[in-house]
Design a protein around this ligand. Structure first.
Ligand code: HEM
Length: 445
């Protein structure tokens, strides 16, 4: 039996709290019930799930009764019909085509690129200087995704692709966050500019696809060539437009989340000396001063636990939304078509019932197959079910490599003058960046 609750008080008051300080609101209502009705908008109710089994019901068992929430529906205007935003049979087909391309055997070939770019970044660092580590992590994750998508024939166009995609996604966030529909007149200029740059973006991407179709490259297996080679059971391949949509989707989905995870990891390590020392001991023992190779990653057990624990406390994807496409019962509550359900990794990952000392950073909690002892959806940084993150292995490998390469050479120290706060945008960011002093562990002479 699941408990349910309707949050009393003014509907608008709840919605404003939810909009203005969602992390606080979601944590506050966590104890009210397994399923909590928080209010309504345009006659459509909104619920928050606080029980892992109910989250499983929505993400896994009754997934066909739901589609993505409003935010991602709006994002579809910019992302097109990529894996993140497509629905139904289109999504199923895309997933079938793309899943093999994200298999470990392909992803593992990207390890070298990850090490190389991290080392290049470190070569620009100066001992004892202050740096915005969040900017460094974002630029690094962008370089890695660029290189793994477009491989060796990167051109200067790639920088522009990045800028246009960033601008497009920012405009999208504004639209998604807007509580009222702003009349087109007021947004016309911004939208026209966006449309122009999207046209330009499409021209660059389509010309890269065309060039690669004409001259396939067996040797360098970047994501573009993997997508071009992907074949469905009936022999059909993705069209140019589908490939364009997937590339932009991967670009957006594949760098900010990883960059945030890394920023939070450096923030947590800087506050926990004992964890940091244990990390260094592992890196020195397993790597012995050498660059990590693919085969080293599973041996970096504690490094991987640090990343798991960082994603528990500061999950880059801090909330998932779904909209019911038909009437459905969840936890004994009638959900009508058009109602929205929210599931928050941030609130669930800090539930004392599943995580002792939930606000503390304790990577050792993942020892002894800890995750097998709690319900599966008490910890779900990558979502779950048919829409689970397709890049999860990519992200975990990338995060482990970057923590290992940086941790071998540097200690990152927080600046007393800066207070760090989470900012829940589409992903859970570090508000105002992350200034840190970088200190060489064994200064070079
Ligand atoms: C720490 C890093 C990452 C986190 C926390 C993360 C989290 C997530 C989550 C929670 C979802 C499910 C969203 C939902 O159900 O509504 C998702 C989907 C997705 N992610 Fe990630 N992600 C990360 C890295 C990546 C990377 C590196 C890539 C690509 C290289 C990627 C590509 C995608 C795609 C394409 C989807 C849509 C999958 C589908 O709907 O079939 N992600 N991600």
């Amino acid at each position: 039996m699941f408990s349910n609750h309707t949050v009393s008080g003014f509907n608008i008051k709840n919605l404003l709290k939810f909009r203005n300080s969602p992390l606080h609101f979601l944590t506050e209502i966590r104890e009210l019930g397994d399923i909590v009705e928080i209010g309504h908008r345009a006659n459509r109710k909104m619920f928050v799930l606080n029980h892992p089994d109910l989250i499983k019901e929505v993400l896994v068992n009754k997934t066909s009764s739901f589609r993505k929430g409003k935010g991602l529906q709006i994002a579809g205007k910019f992302l097109g019909q990529g894996l993140l935003t497509s629905e139904g049979d289109t999504h199923k087909r895309q997933r079938r085509l793309m899943q093999p391309q994200f298999h470990a055997k392909h992803i593992s070939s990207f390890a070298g690129v990850m090490v190389e770019h991290t080392e290049q970044m470190l070569d620009t660092w100066v001992n004892q200087e202050d740096r915005n580590i969040h900017r460094d992590m974002t630029e690094l994750a962008l370089e890695i995704i660029n290189k793994t998508m477009f491989g060796h024939n990167l051109t200067e166009d790639v920088d522009q692709i990045g800028e246009i995609i960033e601008a497009g996604s920012r405009r999208n966030i504004q639209q998604a966050k807007s509580v009222i529909n702003v009349p087109k007149f007021f947004t016309k200029k911004a939208d026209n500019r966006l449309q122009e740059s999207q046209g330009y973006l499409n021209r660059i991407i389509y010309s890269m696809i065309e060039a690669r179709r004409k001259q396939p490259d067996e040797e360098h297996q970047d994501l573009l060539s993997l997508l071009l080679a992907a074949k469905d059971e009936d022999g059909t391949r993705m069209t140019d437009q589908e490939i364009r949509d997937q590339l932009i989707t991967i670009y957006i989905a594949g760098h900010e989340t990883t960059a945030n995870t890394l920023s939070w990891t450096w923030f947590l390590l800087a506050q926990n000396d004992a964890v940091e020392k244990k990390l260094w001991a592992e890196l020195d023992e397993v790597l012995g001063g050498n660059s990590p190779r693919l085969s080293d990653i599973p041996k970096l057990k504690y490094t991987n636990q640090i990343i798991q624990e960082s994603m528990r406390l500061y999950p880059a994807a801090w909330m998932i939304g779904r909209e019911a496409t038909e009437p459905v019962v969840i936890g004994g509550m009638d959900i009508a078509q058009g109602d929205t359900i929210f599931m928050s990794q941030y609130a669930m990952h800090r539930t004392p019932k599943y995580f002792a000392n939930p606000d503390q950073f304790i990577p050792e909690r993942f020892d002894h197959d800890f995750l097998k002892t709690i319900p599966t959806y008490a910890y779900f940084p990558f979502g779950g079910g048919p829409r689970v993150c397709i890049g999860n292995n990519f992200a975990l490998m990338e995060a482990a490599i970057i923590v290992a390469v940086v941790g071998q050479r540097y200690k990152l120290q927080l600046l007393d003058s800066h207070s760090v706060k989470p900012e829940p945008l589409i992903t859970l960011r570090v508000q105002g960046g992350l200034p840190m002093k970088v200190i060489e562990r064994t200064p070079r002479v």
